[in-house]
Design a protein around this ligand. Sequence first.
Ligand SMILES: [Cu+2]
Length: 122
Amino acid sequence: MKLASILAVAAALATAVVAAGPAAAQPSSTSVIKLTAMSQGLMYNTKSLHAKAGKIKLVFTNQSMLQHDVRIEIGEKEFGGTKKITKGTTTAYLTLKKGKYNFYCSVAGHEDAGMKGTLTVS
Ligand SMILES: [Cu+2]
C-alpha cells in the first residue's frame, strides 16, 4: 500500500470515530411539581399546580406533625398520589394526560377543611 493510500484510510477511520461519537444525552421529559403542607392549619402552600402531560414527579413536603398526603383525581376516578407521611418529604410518580385534575389530602376531614386544589396538565 502506498503512503497516500494509508493516509487516506487513516483519515477515513478518524472521520468514522468522530461520527460515531457519544450519543447526545436524552432530554428529560419528566416534569416536576412540588407541593407543601403547611406546619399550621389544614392547608397546602398553593391551590393550583401545573404540569406537562406525560411522566410527572410529584414531590410532597409535609411540614406538619399531622399526617397528610396528596392524591390526584377527576371526580371519583383516582390517578395515584403519595403515601401518608408526617413531617418529611416523599415522592410519587404519575403519568397523566392533558386535563384538569383535583389534588387533595385523603386523611379524613382534611379535604373538606381546605386541603385541595387544581392540577392543570397541558
Ligand atoms: Cu391532610
